[in-house]
Design a protein around this ligand. Structure first.
Ligand SMILES: [Zn+2]
Length: 544
């Protein structure tokens, strides 16, 4: 996702409870039927869950807040259950088999997760906004990123609303009033049943629906031959009706963004990609195959091209390959950040890419969270606080340095291997490390440890002199005491006495001070030396 602003982030720093996180049960499919009202926030729901028992356990625990469970069926028979403020507990004693059909009927006023409100014209609308663990406010679920599932949404809503969700549209059928005498809870309003099916497993935090007066615009077909079914990827934009004449101009880039990532990584993982104007609290939210963008960006006509690229990159990284634990969120946000920058380079050139790397490095160097916590932050229980410069910018920069270290060929082959091994599943940081190690032949434990498992960045003070006897430049590098020393490759452009520029690379050991000699024969002292000319090192460099 893209953060919207420091202000709105500050509003949502409520401590988030962790999910039921049970390992004994896995939900492989959700068949969700929702009745949405014409006004107000009361919904009715039926969750038909395919539950897989993975280990001996007596009780299935589902996450559900606020809404009241009316009944539970287990294998088609009424089952006992208990409900407290956060969970439904369903005794599984006597249930036979390893795959269990569980049906939960529930209802109530939704307070979060499904954001119900009215737009500026007073029209009722609802948008799912589940990250990180708010799906449990409207869907009985195992609400943890490690428990991925396919999902069908069957939504009955007033026909003035357009319903969009993950996956493929299965059905859009007006419900005869005669068959629905209480239509829209008794007001006799015409309603429509809309059904969508996501046939690839996704985490619950990416489940979503939109139910609002939306108008659809189709974008040019893209990535032909590189959709998962071998056809083209369909992309479309849904906006409020009054935005009809002023759809954000940057969606003109969406076909190119899709082409670029499919060729760089793998076929697009889902059935279509919709871009929606929404009421997400985030600047953009990467729901699988249905990206939600903040309403304000649409109204100002200014959804940034970078935001579109970032959320599109998430479809592969975060959505199709999902972090198994929240502490590894950089596998989602760091990838989206860096692949957005890759697209920037592709679309706007190398100088634009470098400018982005300079900008994000500056953000990292001045951010107190980078100095105090590691990127892989397994002790942070306030999940909203993981949306920080570590997960985004430093995660992206770690990929940048990894690519520099092993080279483009090994890097992209390793990334594709990592993706192929975990698509529709989960991964941890070591899975990425092993994939890059296999392709590069380089042991990378030290690299991942120093950049991801401890706080900080490199702080170098350089001083050099020309040795007339050997015709060499001798460089002294001091690493500041603020963080432990880093092992790194330092590149430099040496301008010789005649004005010619020579690129050199020297290996700096993880020591407080080091002396290295440049592999360059110079007949006279150089005019000057520029360190890290290609913006490849997450370091502050002070020269003397
Ligand atoms: Zn993101």
């Amino acid at each position: 996702m893209k953060k919207r602003s420091a202000f709105s982030l500050a509003l949502m720093l409520a401590t988030a409870p962790l999910g039921a996180q049970q390992s004994a049960f896995h939900i492989s499919n959700y068949n969700l039927t929702l009745d949405l009202p014409e006004t107000g926030k009361t919904i009715e729901g039926k969750a038909e869950l395919t539950v897989v028992r993975k280990a001996r356990a007596d009780t299935l625990v589902l996450d559900l807040l606020d809404l009241k469970v009316k009944s539970v069926l287990l294998g088609g028979r009424p089952a006992t259950f208990t409900q407290d403020a956060e969970h439904i507990r369903i005794p599984m004693v006597g249930a036979r088999g390893d795959t269990l059909a569980v049906v939960v009927e529930y209802a109530g006023a939704v307070t979060d997760g499904l954001i119900i409100g009215t737009d500026s014209a007073g029209r009722w609308m609802a948008f799912g906004d589940n990250w990180p663990n708010r799906a449990r406010h409207w869907i009985p679920s195992i609400d943890h990123p490690s428990d991925k599932a396919t999902v069908t949404f069957n939504v009955r809503a007033p026909s003035v609303l357009k319903v969009v969700a993950n996956g493929t549209l299965l059905e859009e059928t007006k419900i005869p009033l005669a068959a629905d005498p209480d239509g829209s809870f008794g007001r006799g309003v015409q309603r429509t049943l809309t059904r969508w099916r996501e046939s690839h497993p996704i985490p619950v935090y990416l489940f979503t629906i939109a139910a609002a007066p939306l108008v659809r615009y189709d974008l040019a077909a893209s990535a032909c031959g590189f959709a998962r079914d071998g056809k083209c990827v369909s992309q479309m934009v849904y906006t409020a009706p009054e935005q009809a004449a002023s759809m954000p101009a940057n969606f003109k880039y969406s076909p190119d963004i899709m082409d670029f990532f499919t060729h760089l990584v793998a076929p697009f993982p889902y059935e279509k990609l919709a871009h929606l104007q929404s009421s997400t609290r985030f600047g953009g939210m990467e729901n699988s195959s249905a990206i939600f963008y903040a309403d304000g960006g649409f109204r100002k006509g200014g959804t940034a091209a970078g935001t579109i690229a970032h959320e599109t990159a998430h479809q592969w990284f975060g959505d199709a390959v999902t972090e198994r634990e929240w502490g590894h969120l950089w596998l989602s946000e760091g990838f989206a950040t860096y692949f957005e920058e890759f697209w920037t380079r592709h679309a706007f050139g190398d100088s634009a890419f470098k400018a982005e790397m300079v900008r994000t490095r500056a953000q990292i160097l001045r951010d107190p969270v980078v100095a105090s916590r590691p990127v892989i932050d397994t002790t942070q229980t306030d999940l909203m606080k993981l949306l920080d410069a570590n997960s985004y910018q430093k995660g992206g920069w770690t990929l940048h340095m990894l690519r520099t270290l092993v080279g483009d060929t090994a890097f992209f082959r390793g990334i594709r291997d990592y993706y192929a091994a975990h698509v529709d599943g989960n991964a941890l940081t070591d899975d990425l490390m092993h994939a890059i190690e296999n392709r590069s032949g380089v042991k990378l434990g030290w690299f991942f440890d120093q950049w991801l498992r401890r706080p900080g960045f490199a702080s170098l003070t350089t001083s050099w002199r020309y040795d007339a006897a050997t015709h060499r430049v001798v460089l002294d590098v001091e690493q500041g005491a603020r963080f432990a020393p880093y092992r790194l490759t330092l590149s430099a452009d040496v301008t010789d006495a005649a004005g010619a520029v020579h690129r050199v690379h020297v290996e700096i050991p993880a020591e407080k001070s080091a002396r290295v000699t440049f592999p360059l024969d110079l007949a006279a002292p150089p005019r000057g030396i520029t360190f890290d000319p290609d913006v490849e090192l997450l370091a502050e460099i002070h020269g003397k």
